[in-house]
Design a protein around this ligand. Structure first.
Ligand code: 13P
Ligand code: SF4
Length: 301
């Protein structure tokens, strides 16, 4: 029996749903029940009624699914699937920062640990960060964390004064404005779409054509009639872009933009995860309860 067939059989037997992020390996995306960005997958984790979730993504995504579904078993197939951006702030650092701004509203990007979410008022994803910040009363001070490029983008789009944590994603931060200039010269007339975590979104929004979450990029891929589009995010997204629109050439802005954490999970890990119920993610109930408030605001927005 092929690995794919074994996974399908185990998935039925175990009554599991497989969720995969847009940056996962192509063969993992092809086998998943749902593929999408962080917001879409969080919503699917709640809507789907199967008792077991296999999360082909990174740890903060599986933790989020567990917090939102305390009675389901949430499995992360490979424990090495962390996130460099989520590691850029600890709950202790956030408590100190809050101590310096006691009246501030804390907005945490979903790429954070459960402990950091528990210290936050709102969570957001790249899909709804602008919307969430816009809804906060204008007279409130805001602490935004942990991504400085997304924070700067949200600040510009909303016109709000925000304190922004100086964290970044090691994959996206490398995409600098100079690279955009070079790509423009090499591919004149080709639109450039960029994820808001990119270094090239800071102060140079006019340099790219669209700033989009990963699902936003997929919708763009379906609609565009451009012969060629440059894509500034992790290269895993290109798999579905090509599928959704085989007539446009989708090229990575940086071919080396590969998230090592997102590539940890392979089909054998998913098979073992289903067969052995591993690795079950647990979040202490008091942390989960506090983190749930900010996540529910994110889901509702
Ligand atoms: P999206 O929510 O846009 O999928 O981004 C998640 C992520 O980890 C980006 O690096
Ligand atoms: Fe984290 Fe960056 Fe990888 Fe996204 S691409 S999971 S932000 S390290």
């Amino acid at each position: 029996m092929s690995l794919e067939a074994e996974i399908r059989r185990l998935k039925e037997e175990r009554r599991a749903v497989i969720l995969a992020h847009n940056y996962q390996r192509p063969e993992v995306q092809d086998l998943a029940d749902f593929v999408g960005d962080s917001l879409y997958l969080s919503r699917k984790a709640v809507e789907d009624d199967r008792p077991r979730i296999v999360f082909a993504g990174v740890r903060f995504m599986a933790e989020t699914a567990k917090i939102l579904n305390p009675h389901k078993t949430v499995l992360l197939p490979d424990l090495k699937a962390g996130c460099g951006l989520a590691d850029s702030i600890t709950a202790e650092q956030l408590r100190t920062w809050k101590g310096e701004h006691p009246d501030a509203v804390v907005v945490a990007y979903i790429n954070t640990s459960a402990e950091v979410k528990a210290e936050s008022d709102y969570c957001c994803t790249s899909s709804n960060a602008v919307k969430i910040v816009s809804q906060i009363p204008a007279d409130r001070e805001i602490l935004f964390l942990p991504d400085m490029f997304l924070g700067d983008y949200v600040r510009r789009r909303t016109g709000r004064t925000m304190h922004v944590w100086a964290g970044d994603c090691p994959v996206h931060a490398k995409m600098r404005p100079e690279r955009i200039d070079q790509a423009r010269a090499e591919h004149p007339g080709s639109p450039i779409v960029a994820h808001p975590e990119c270094g090239c979104t800071t102060g140079t929004l006019d340099k790219v054509d669209r700033v989009l979450s990963t699902d936003g990029m997929l919708r763009y891929a379906e609609e565009t009639r451009a012969p060629e589009v440059l894509v500034a995010t992790e290269v895993g997204i290109l798999h579905r872009m090509h599928r959704l629109n085989p007539t446009t050439r989708f090229l990575p802005l940086e071919a080396g933009a590969i998230c090592p954490y997102m590539k940890e999970t392979d089909l054998a890990d998913i098979r073992d995860s289903l067969a052995l119920d591993r690795f079950a993610i647990e979040v202490p109930p008091t942390t989960a309860e506090r983190a749930r408030r900010s996540l529910e605001r994110m889901i509702a927005a």
